[in-house]
Structure formats: C-alpha cells, structure tokens
Design a protein around this ligand. Structure first.
Ligand code: PAF
Length: 283
C-alpha cells in the first residue's frame, strides 16, 4: 500500500491502475478509523480492483466552536489498519495541499443541506460536498463508498453526483454497531463511562419506532413522539431532533406508506451523536 500526500502523485497512481484496466474505488474518511470505516474498505475491496482511501480532517465542514482541533487523529494507526484490509493507496493531504489559499468556489448542497444536521451545523454540507467533489476530481473513482451512519450526508452526496453529472457510482454501506446497538463513530471516543452507557438511548429510540412500525403503526408523528420520549427520559441526553423522513428527499413523512428513515440526533454530555434506521411499514 502506498501513502501519498500530493494530488499529482495520486493522479499518477490512479492512471497506472487504469492502464491495467483496474476498477477504482474511493473511501473518503477523516481518519480515526473504526470498524465502520473498515467495513467500507472491505466493501470497496470486493467491488473494485484498486482501493484508495483518503484521510483528511476537512476544516471547511466544521463550524466555529465545533471539534475540528479536538477531532481524534492517529494516521500511523489508521495506515496499519488500511494495510491489513488490503487497500492499495492512502491519500493523506495537508490542508494546504487540499485548498489553495485563494480558493473561492464551493458546492451548494441545496435545500437538503439546510435541514436536520444542516440546521444545527450551518455550512457543514457545503464543506462536505466541496471536499468530496475535490476528492472525486483528484482520484476519479468509478465507485465511492459512504456509510449510512451519516445518512443525510449520503443522500446529499448522491444528489450532488446526480445533479452535477459526476461519473461515479455512490455505494451506501450499512451502519456498524457495538453489541449494545451504539453506532460506531469516531466521536464515541469523547464519551465518559456513564455517557457511553447513556448513548445507547439513540438506538433504543430508533428500535422502538421500528417495532411500532412493524406492529402496524403508520402515523409518523406517533413514531417520532415515541423516539422523543425515550431520548428525553435519559438524563444525560439532550434531544436535538427525532423524525421520520423520506429516504430520498429527507422531508418529514406524515404516514408510513413505504420505506422511510427514522433519524435522531442528541447531545450526550458534550458530545453530539446521530443515528438512523430504516423503517418498513408492517401489515
Ligand atoms: O464522513 C466523513 O468522514 C466526512 O464527512 C467525509 C465524507 C470524509 C468528507 O470529509
């Protein structure tokens, strides 16, 4: 596995892979890799012949007062994990390599970037779309792998690719969870012992909506209220939102007529966590 830090080196490496008629995959990450990221790399390895992973803590997707400085970083450990998974290339640019000092053009994610996470984190999805578009431009992957854990991000990236005619297929991969249901996230490292226990409340809330839906409850407001009451009952959690949304538009649904997505966000202690689950209406 090669570790490259410049865009030009990456372009050359991908060109060489293409000359060998290899199918190229990209797994964009911000590092601090866990089993969720590694599941993306594993999926990429089964679908492509050449797997590039980027590790870049992208400053433009963090708002003022967010955790850009504190975001966990351990590139050497990440590289060993990626080597063990059989990735071919890891791209670890600096901020100066990624962004020229006079960069002005960014990508507007549209209205889907203003709701849910976007409402709490203004500018976040413009930062995500811009860096992902740049990574697509540098690596020119045939396939790009994203986790469903960041469901809104996945929806917006799919839409960007469609609306801007980008020649890449976006592959969404299932959330990877701890045995007690907590979705893996690099930010789980911020949780204290008590907060770690309390953090499972997000998953319990989602599962209660799923159980109600499978039991025939099709009124989305009942499902959302059930999730809210479970999260607000946890003293260490402070609810941001709990909703049932259309999986393509992210608009709230009123009645469960087909597959929908339950989405939740809450602060547990000082750590903001998000999670989601597909809901399928029962008979
Ligand atoms: O999901 C992430 O880790 C980041 O948002 C991404 C897609 C790597 C862009 O910085």
């Amino acid at each position: 596995m090669e570790r490259l830090t410049s865009k030009e080196e990456v372009r050359q490496a991908v060109l060489a892979a293409r000359r060998e008629r290899k199918r190229v995959a990209l797994v964009p990450t911000m590092g601090a890799l866990h089993a969720g990221h590694l599941s993306l790399v594993q999926a990429a390895c089964t679908r492509a012949d050449y797997v590039a992973v980027s590790i870049f803590v992208n400053p433009t997707q963090f708002g003022p007062g967010e955790d850009f400085e504190a975001y966990p970083r351990d590139v050497e450990r990440d590289i060993e994990l990626l080597r063990a998974e059989g990735a071919d290339l890891v791209f670890t640019p600096t901020t100066e390599v990624m962004y020229s000092p006079d960069a002005q053009v960014t990508i507007d994610p549209g209205p889907a970037g203003d709701v849910w996470e976007g409402a709490v984190r203004p500018g976040h999805f413009a930062g995500v779309c811009t860096v992902v578009a740049k990574l697509f431009g540098i690596v020119t992957p045939d396939l790009a792998f994203f986790g469903e854990k960041d469901f809104q991000q996945l929806v917006i990236v799919r839409r960007m690719v469609r609306d801007l005619d980008m020649a890449v297929k976006v592959v969404g991969c299932p959330v990877v969870r701890e045995p007690d249901g907590l979705a893996l996230s690099s930010r789980n490292a911020y949780l204290s012992g008590d907060e770690r226990v309390a953090a499972t409340v997000l998953y319990h809330a989602l599962r209660s909506a799923e159980t109600l839906a499978l039991g025939g409850e099709h009124d989305a407001s009942v499902l959302a209220e059930a999730m809210r009451s479970i999260i607000t009952a946890e003293p260490l959690a402070s609810l941001d939102y709990a909703a049932v949304v259309d999986p393509v538009t992210l608009a709230p649904v009123s009645t469960l007529e087909g597959p929908a997505r339950a989405i939740v966000a809450a602060r547990v202690g000082a750590t903001r966590l998000i999670d989601n689950l597909q809901l399928v209406p029962g008979a």
